[in-house]
Design a binder for this molecule. Structure first.
Ligand SMILES: [Ca+2]
Ligand SMILES: [Ca+2]
Length: 244
């Protein structure tokens, strides 16, 4: 609702002057979507979205977003990487945290809302704060469920095959996100700033989301395995093998 109202504000500012939007205290920031495409396999994201590179020398759009060293990208095994997932909203790369505090700082700040897709082997809460380093006031909380392998389409090629969107609106300016207890257990994609609704499967080659029942899924470990995120780099290094 807020996003729509602000769009109206931008197009016909004189109409809403002194109107019902008086409660909006911060200027709306543009929507930014981090889809992690182009980042490396098991790379530290670092300056990938900050005019720098990830730990493997790849660079993305400059959004002034600097990642801490424990935020990693991983490419799906079906795209040549070591990831054990399927059906991500923007194949073939996602983000996860392997260790540490899993805090993402966004110094310029963002308003209105926050959202993303996730696939998780644990229930957790993601919190948004108005100061860096997960400090200051709590602006929003997003609850995650352990759904990574639930209700996946038949033939999904990867253990983490359920990607669910979650989002929240808030007032004020947010500057950090604490991904909480999701270290080593949760993948993220299409992380969206300034919108409570994440980008949905935009600009995805159809070949990356089509699941063919005729193609035998490659072995992805035991049914209950959470190998992709569950057992550290050894698990992350698990590379799916194609049949000859
Ligand atoms: Ca896959
Ligand atoms: Ca992606």
């Amino acid at each position: 609702m807020l996003k729509k109202s602000l769009s109206t504000l931008l197009s016909v500012p004189f109409i809403v002057a002194g109107g019902l939007l008086g409660s909006v205290s911060a200027s709306a920031t543009p929507t930014i979507v981090l889809n992690f495409e182009g980042a490396g396999d098991q790379a530290q994201l670092l300056g990938f979205y900050n005019s720098g590179t990830d730990s493997q020398g790849n660079s993305g759009v400059d959004y002034d977003i600097q990642f801490s060293s424990n935020a990693l990208s991983i490419i799906d095994g079906d795209a040549g990487g070591s990831g054990n997932f399927a059906n991500a909203p923007s194949p073939n790369t996602i983000m996860f945290f392997l260790s540490g505090s899993a805090i993402l700082n966004y110094t310029p700040g963002f308003t209105t809302g926050f959202s993303f897709y996730y696939s998780s082997a644990t229930a957790a809460t993601v919190n948004v704060y108005n100061e860096l380093g997960a400090t200051g006031n709590l602006l929003a909380s997003l609850d995650l469920t352990a759904q990574y392998n639930q209700n996946c389409p038949s033939g999904s090629k990867g253990a983490f095959c359920n990607w669910t969107s979650v989002g929240a609106t808030f007032s004020g300016v947010a500057k950090s996100i604490d991904f909480g207890g999701t270290v080593d257990k949760t993948g993220y994609d299409d992380i969206t700033f300034s919108s409570a609704i994440p980008a949905f499967r935009s600009a995805i080659p159809a070949s990356n989301v089509t699941i063919s029942p005729d193609e035998e899924p490659t072995r992805i470990g035991e049914p209950a395995s959470t190998a992709l995120f569950g057992v550290g780099l050894a698990g992350l290094g698990f590379i799916r093998r194609r049949r000859a």
